[in-house]
Design a protein around this ligand. Structure first.
Ligand SMILES: [Mg+2]
Ligand SMILES: [Zn+2]
Length: 185
């Protein structure tokens, strides 16, 4: 793995970006259905010298819909698939709390991105990319100085239709389209 630097770092939301989202939450490994093009896109990023990290709100844990062991199983499968495609995920940060728990990590709050920054030993995330399907992903990134990319998968079309808060965001059909663009820069 190359030494991480913020200018070669992409931070991804999970649900609706890497895998299909569900309003009923992703509660088990069976329900975790990745977009194959996203697995390939993550792999292409790491094979081209980019560091990839994930920041995901998982309030279904606080709500009692699934436990950390179920989440770990999903993330082990994600890492297995990315590894099979010769890619790598440097860090997965998740918030297990609910909206009323008063935590500091539930996006748009900065805790998950700060966890990633510390895990990668970076002084700042300024100049890195955040990719998400919800406004709160982009907001969390904006606070940390990330470039913002909205994808139209998951809740992305609804987020785009709402228009609000997207002034500084680039919009892509999906993660693969973002990576195509990024690697062509
Ligand atoms: Mg999402
Ligand atoms: Zn939290």
């Amino acid at each position: 793995m190359t030494m991480p630097s913020a200018s070669q770092l992409v931070i991804l939301d999970r649900d609706g970006v890497i895998n299909h989202d569900s309003d009923a939450y992703i509660k088990s490994l069976d329900e975790w259905i990745p977009y194959p093009s996203s697995i390939e896109a993550i792999s292409r990023l790491s094979r081209n010298g980019w560091t990839v990290a994930i920041a995901t709100n998982q309030s279904g844990i606080a709500r009692g819909y699934y436990d950390v062991a179920a989440l770990d199983a999903m993330h082990a499968e994600l890492e297995r698939l990315v590894g099979k495609a010769e890619g790598e995920i440097a860090h997965i940060a998740y918030c297990p709390h609910g909206p009323d728990d008063g935590c500091h990590c539930r996006k748009p709050l900065p805790g998950l991105l700060d966890e990633i920054r510390q895990a990668l030993h970076l002084p700042t995330l300024e100049g890195s990319w955040i990719v998400g399907d919800s406004l709160r992903d982009l907001q969390a990134g904006a606070v940390a100085g990330c470039h913002q990319a909205l994808v139209r998968t998951g809740k992305g079309e609804a987020t785009e239709a709402n228009c609000e808060g997207l002034e500084n965001a680039m919009v892509f059909n999906d993660l693969a389209a973002f990576v195509d663009w990024l690697l062509a820069q």
